[in-house]
Design a protein around this ligand. Structure first.
Ligand SMILES: Nc1ncnc2c1ncn2[C@@H]1O[C@H](COP(=O)(O)OP(=O)(O)OP(=O)(O)O)[C@@H](O)[C@H]1O
Ligand SMILES: [Mg+2]
Length: 381
């Protein structure tokens, strides 16, 4: 699947995939991709809850910038293996998995200095202890898969912010998933990340696009957005007029994070129920100010002065996407001179490339913010 799916159909699709994996049938892993604040993490967590309710063993990790994948994966795999080792049918396999983990972590520590995990068993010589991530991760996943199969369950790996994983480590993860799929072992990966994740995975392993689904997570549908606005208000025993709901939808364009911000400000400023159009206008000023100080600001603060100017030049051209050449003209420099800046902005997750030579913001409405925070023309030096 490529393209937009509703959130409930997606949950259902993954529920079925996990069930198939558990039964040893072919099942596709999925990467939820979308802009900042569309609700990827919330959705990933729902899917995880669905999986837990169905008796699937889940692992949740967030890939922070600058930490290695084996370092964040190892402690969580250990937990999963320890849980599986408590089940009589899986005990022997899970213990072998824990020995594989000891070999894996012990050997890879030389490369990934941030690995810290407790050892429960001695490593087994030759088991996941090659010292090569790609090889050892496959061997480790194999042991985890065998333990899950013996327990009559599946292991689902949830990885948020997957775009921050370095390419070589992403490649190792894809290869390991490819191997478990070939062997029909019950392991599923459900990832979430910014839109650049699809390209990053394709660069890491050309077959990634075939191996995984990449459902796009976008703004909420009209009906879902209306519900997201009205439900918390109705829950408080109050009401909101239709025009007010329409206006919030228009201002937020259905982006989950913004809906939440406008809804709560409208609720706070309205002197009485029902919340009306005027309340929404008052709330807008406050909602934008709040976003400027948090949601937008934290992203802006992570950029260098040159990156900020690049973003400001993009914003000058509108919401985007924009051609690199147009941004360069607006910035007043050559495309080649700006290429490193553009690359570092992609790496930081600030922008992405929807198609070759195009650049777009990963944060909805970031262009408006950039024009607010760097007004006028001073930024041009
Ligand atoms: N289905 C939904 N209905 C209503 N509101 C939602 C929904 N999903 C998310 N939200 C709201 O949007 C906010 C942002 O959601 P979430 O943190 O999942 O976004 P995200 O895509 O993970 O963003 P980021 O890329 O910044 O991590 C949540 O705090 C929640 O208030
Ligand atoms: Mg998130």
């Amino acid at each position: 699947m490529r393209g937009r799916a509703g959130r409930d159909p997606l949950r259902e699709m993954l529920r079925i995939a996990l069930e198939r994996a558990r039964l040893g049938r072919p099942a596709k892993s999925a990467m939820l991709v979308g802009l900042r604040g569309v609700g990827k993490t919330v959705l990933l967590d729902r899917i995880r809850q669905d999986a837990e309710a169905a008796g699937i063993h889940t692992i949740w990790i967030e890939a922070p910038e600058g930490r290695s994948l084996p370092a964040i994966l190892a402690p969580q795999l250990r937990q999963a293996l320890l849980r599986l080792s408590a089940l009589a049918s899986a005990k022997a396999y899970a213990i072998r998995g824990l020995r594989a983990l000891a070999g894996f972590a012990g050997k890879l520590k030389a490369t990934y200095h941030d690995i810290e995990v407790g050892f429960d068993f001695e490593p087994e010589p030759g088991l996941a202890d090659n010292g090569d991530l790609e090889h050892d991760l496959q061997a480790l996943f194999e042991q985890v898969g065998l333990a899950a199969r013996a327990a009559g369950t599946a292991v689902a790996l949830f990885v948020d912010e997957l775009q921050y994983v370095e390419e070589d480590q992403l490649a190792a993860l894809i290869t390991a998933m490819h191997r478990t799929e070939q062997r029909q072992l019950p392991i599923i990966l459900v990832g979430a990340g910014l839109p650049q994740l699809r390209g990053q995975m394709g660069n890491a392993r050309s077959y990634a696009e075939r191996l995984f689904e990449f459902p796009d997570i976008g703004p909420l549908s009209d009906a879902a957005a209306r519900q997201a606005i009205a439900r918390p208000i109705v829950h408080e025993g109050a009401a909101i007029s239709d025009e007010a709901v329409d206006r919030i939808q228009e201002l937020t364009q259905g982006y989950a994070y913004f809906l939440q911000e406008w809804g709560s400000h409208a609720w706070r400023v309205a002197p009485m129920s029902p919340i009306g159009l005027h309340d929404v206008e008052v709330a807008s000023t406050l909602a934008i100010a709040a976003l400027d100080e948090s949601f937008f600001r934290v992203r802006f603060d992570r950029c260098t002065p040159k990156e900020k100017r690049y973003l400001r030049a993009m914003a000058d051209l509108g919401a985007g996407p924009h051609r690199s050449g147009d941004v360069a003209v607006c910035y007043g420099a050559k495309v080649s001179a700006l290429a490193p800046t553009r690359s570092s902005l992609i790496k930081k997750g600030m922008v992405w490339s929807p198609s070759h030579g195009d650049t777009a913001f990963t944060v909805p409405m970031f262009d408006e913010f950039m024009r607010r925070i760097m007004p006028g023309t001073d930024w041009r030096e």
